[in-house]
Design a protein. Structure first.
Length: 456
């Protein structure tokens, strides 16, 4: 325990509020076993303090009058092999807010205090159980909006991002060594480290650029994918939207111009969030409200990740509609899937460049889902990183990149000032250490942990 950052005993519920089978209350800190012994009764007069580490014990939590609060399981874990690095007891009780509150209050009466948001994770960081990037990944993991998002967060928790930053650090350290060697061999004409240094610098810049490039793709991964139904009035956009949702969410009517505003609904498909967006049909109209709806449709065309361009395949497009469609194809070709709806009717033209379907008879919806999946897979493949990058990381990387660009300038000079280069490299290493938080200041640390909730 000697080198561990210790704290007074903290307590919090780790599971969400609400009724359910079980809830988990965690206590950690110096002398936590004694505290728990004071608030529980175990069979055969056993004591938590004397239990072996990482063992589970059935028992009863009692209040100060020795009245039972709940029958629970105690999970006893000795420091340092715990999440926080400190002695820890996790109590699994029945999930009723009155029981949980009574249990926590009882712990407070015995000397514990309520944990602050993120305090358990902060202790884990301070006790070097995890670095700052890993701490952030716990928050990502809890709030993941898709399975893919959660998997990346888990990879990050396992240390993949930290390894990548370590690699950058190693490259910079190697450069520092080369600079130091350059001082020594400065008189010797034959030894020139310039090229090696420059090569290494561009390799670092490439690594950073790769992480930056993936940032946008990762935002998509976190926020889910926008799939917009766009096309002329009465093509069956709202019918398709409902068919994919498997419920009647949007109004369907033979009267043209029924959908005047965009309607959104979210579904979960293949581990991702899909936000389906039904839009107003494209046509020239003097109706001001409809006009506004149409300009919103065009906005959605820009924002969409996948644009379903819906045709009424029972008729050919009017000249005006053709103009709208061609413009969309010209601007958004890569994300467009052409959807030929109403193929239950006679089709006056042939098509091979899209998906035929009938929203009315629920035909072709699976093929459409497969086509959307294909587009989404192509988008997710843009993210080549096994870990997640957040705003803090990107800002830090941008600062590092700018500083490296300065070093490149210094190295492009006829006579390289190695002392100056060393100094700058050192500065960059300090900057990089903000990732792991190894030499972190309080302000950065608070910024990271303030987004957490109590119990984490
Ligand atoms: N025959 C046929 N009619 C359809 C199909 N899909 C939609 N409709 C009809 O076309 C009309 C317009 O549909 P709606 O979904 O409101 O079109 P929107 O204006 O593009 O949203 C309605 O009367 C629907 O019942 C289809 O696949 N086949
Ligand atoms: Mg509609």
């Amino acid at each position: 325990m000697n080198n561990l950052y210790s704290c007074s005993i903290i307590v919090a519920q780790c599971t969400p509020n609400g009724q359910g089978a079980l809830a988990l209350v965690r206590l950690t800190g110096d002398r936590v076993f004694e505290l728990v012994d004071n608030m529980c009764v175990l069979p055969a007069k056993k004591k938590i303090t004397n239990l072996p580490t990482h063992s589970v014990q059935y028992g009863t939590v009692v209040d100060i009058n020795n009245e039972p609060i709940d029958h629970v399981l105690f999970f006893k874990m000795d420091a340092p092999h715990t999440f926080t690095g400190l002695d820890t007891v996790e109590i699994t009780c029945h999930n009723n807010i009155f029981i949980v509150n009574a249990l926590i209050e009882n712990a407070i009466n015995h000397g514990a205090r309520i944990a602050e948001p993120g305090e358990f994770t902060k202790l884990a960081f301070l006790n070097k159980k995890i670095d700052l990037v890993q701490a952030e990944s716990i928050d990502e993991l809890i709030h993941a909006t898709s399975l893919a998002h959660a998997k990346s967060a888990l990879k990050q928790l396992e240390g993949s991002f930290s390894a990548s930053i370590d690699n950058l650090e190693q490259q910079l350290l190697h450069l520092l060594t080369l600079c130091a060697a350059s001082f020594e061999f400065i008189e010797e004409e034959n030894i020139d480290f310039t090229q090696t240094i420059q090569k290494q610098l561009s390799s670092i810049i490439e690594d950073i650029a790769r992480i930056e490039k993936n940032f946008d793709a990762q935002i998509q991964l976190k926020e889910g994918f926008k799939i917009a139904f766009i096309g002329c009035v009465n093509a069956g956009k709202s019918s398709l939207f409902n068919a994919m949702l498997e419920k009647k969410r949007a109004i369907v009517n033979e009267k043209a111009g029924t959908t005047r505003d965009t309607i959104e609904a979210t579904i979960s498909k293949n581990g991702y969030y899909w936000t389906l967006i039904d839009t107003a049909g494209l046509r020239t109209t003097h109706d001001v409200i409809e006009q506004e709806g149409i300009s919103k449709s065009l906005e959605q065309a820009i924002l969409a990740d996948v644009l379903l361009l819906v045709y009424d395949s029972s008729r050919v497009l009017s000249t005006e509609e053709e103009m709208f469609y061609n413009k969309l194809i010209e601007t958004h070709e890569a994300k467009i899937i052409k959807v030929y709806n109403k193929n239950d009717q006679e089709i006056p033209f042939s098509y091979l460049d899209g998906i035929g379907c009938s929203a009315l008879y629920n035909k072709g919806i699976d093929e459409l889902t497969t086509a959307i999946n294909k587009k989404i897979n192509a988008l997710t493949q843009k993210n080549e990183l096994p870990f997640l990058v957040n705003k803090r990381h990107i800002l830090l990387l941008q600062t590092v990149k700018a500083k490296i660009a300065d070093v490149v300038l210094l190295c492009n000079k006829e006579k390289i000032a190695y002392e100056l280069v060393s100094c700058q490299l050192h500065d960059i290493l300090v900057q990089l250490s903000e990732f792991s938080g190894n030499t972190i200041n309080e302000k950065i640390m608070d910024r990271v942990f303030e987004t957490f909730c109590v119990g984490k």
